[in-house]
Write a protein that binds this ligand. Structure first.
Ligand code: SIN
Ligand code: CO
Length: 384
């Protein structure tokens, strides 16, 4: 269990003054920090084909990027490289616990936990990210510099797959120690150079762009075979110039597009399905054979604990207290009666379903069926 110690700040002050606005160092944000995994375990994860990993090295300004999996690090030497492993929360239950203290931001805004292991001099170079990030210092020390967004900064590629930024003025210049947390809003240039072998944990967020949203919306319309209304021009007058698209035509096109986007019925369905899709592979093992509802009822009355698969995206939408709840899990939607909000929250708000939580599921056939379905999909598994 990691508890965030805000120091001189409070959560409310952080949200008001820093979130999406200004970088800040939360010194000793985790007191007596204990790494949830070791550098060897990070290397173990980077051995796996289905886990995304990369190494960035920099020798005398010769930047290189290699994609994993990695079996051997001998070629990289003792310094000036960093190994980055994506979506570690999907594969490592202890590491996933590092997301918990940041869950004052809703599930759908959280992306993943990236872990890096850096040798002295290692780092990915000065760069900008499009997303908010909390970078937790694990074992070791790292020199971090962070600046404010600056439109005059130029981006360049010292390697075809590495985007860096020109020298920037810092507003934070610190050596981070275990348990320190740096918060960096989108667009703030930053550069972390390891002083000694060092582990860093990045809690990353996601913020869909208009392009992502429009793409996702179009996919939903295609999936549902929804074509909407068609352009019509009953009051057409003779064209002044037959080559011209007029402002009035465009306005009508724009209206058609925005009418579709403004459809309040469609909105929660497509957004929930889209935003709950996994971006990285999940460690899902469906039980074989599938459990029956009766078996699940028996296990939970005997006192079983269930754990949610790491990185599973779960969220819900309820228009008002009397409306059905749309429960979104891993890109799928289930409609649940309005009265079941507490049950839905057990699934979306908790990673562990305790013995007592599970007893709530055994109180009705519908709840048991839902839980059985989730277990048979491999989304929750018995841990005790
Ligand atoms: C890291 O190297 O651990 C974080 C990389 C970053 O700044 O995004
Ligand atoms: Co970054």
């Amino acid at each position: 269990m990691y508890t965030l110690n805000w120091g001189h700040l409070s959560l409310a002050e952080f949200l008001q003054h820093y979130w999406q606005k200004k970088p800040v160092l939360i010194k000793a944000g985790f007191k007596q920090f204990v790494d949830p995994l070791s550098a060897d375990e990070v290397a173990g994860l980077a051995l796996e084909e289905e886990i995304e990993s990369r190494i960035v090295s920099n020798n005398n300004n010769n930047w290189q990027l290699h994609s994993g999996p990695f079996t051997d690090y001998a070629n990289f030497g003792e310094q000036n490289w960093t190994l980055l492993v994506q979506a570690v929360d999907h594969w490592h239950q202890e590491a996933a616990k590092l997301l918990q203290p940041f869950r004052f931001i809703p599930n759908w805004r959280i992306d993943d936990l990236m872990v890096s292991f850096s040798t002295p001099g290692g780092g990915v170079g000065p760069h900008l990210d499009q997303y908010d990030v909390f970078i937790i210092q694990g074992e070791g020390k790292r020199h971090w510099r962070v600046g404010m967004p600056d439109p005059s900064l130029e981006q360049h590629c010292p390697h075809p797959r590495l985007l860096q930024v020109s020298p920037f003025t810092d507003c934070i210049n610190v050596i981070t120690e275990p348990g320190d947390i740096l918060y960096i809003p989108p667009g703030c240039p930053h550069d972390g150079i390891s002083i000694e072998n060092s582990l860093n944990y990045s809690v990353g967020f996601r913020a869909p762009s208009q392009k992502d949203l429009i793409n996702g919306f179009a996919d939903h319309l295609l999936d549902q075979n929804l074509s909407g209304n068609r352009f019509s021009d009953q009051n057409r007058q003779p064209a002044e110039s037959i080559g011209a698209i007029t402002a009035a035509d465009l306005q009508q096109v724009q209206q058609l597009v925005s009418d579709m986007a403004n459809n309040k019925e469609l909105l929660p369905h497509w957004f929930g399905e889209m935003i709950s899709q996994a971006k990285h592979e999940l460690d899902i093992n469906q039980p074989d054979p599938h459990y029956t509802v009766e078996e699940i009822a028996e296990y939970i009355t005997e006192g079983s604990v269930l754990t949610r698969v790491g990185g599973l995206r779960c969220c819900y939408y309820q228009a008002d207290a009397s409306s059905d709840i749309l429960l979104f899990i891993n890109g799928d939607k289930v409609s649940i009666p309005a009265t079941e909000l507490a049950t839905v929250k057990l699934l979306t708000d908790q990673e562990i379903l305790s013995v007592t939580d599970n007893l709530i599921f055994s109180q009705s056939d519908e709840r048991l069926q839902l839980l059985t379905q989730m277990i048979n999909l491999g989304y929750w598994y018995f841990t005790e």
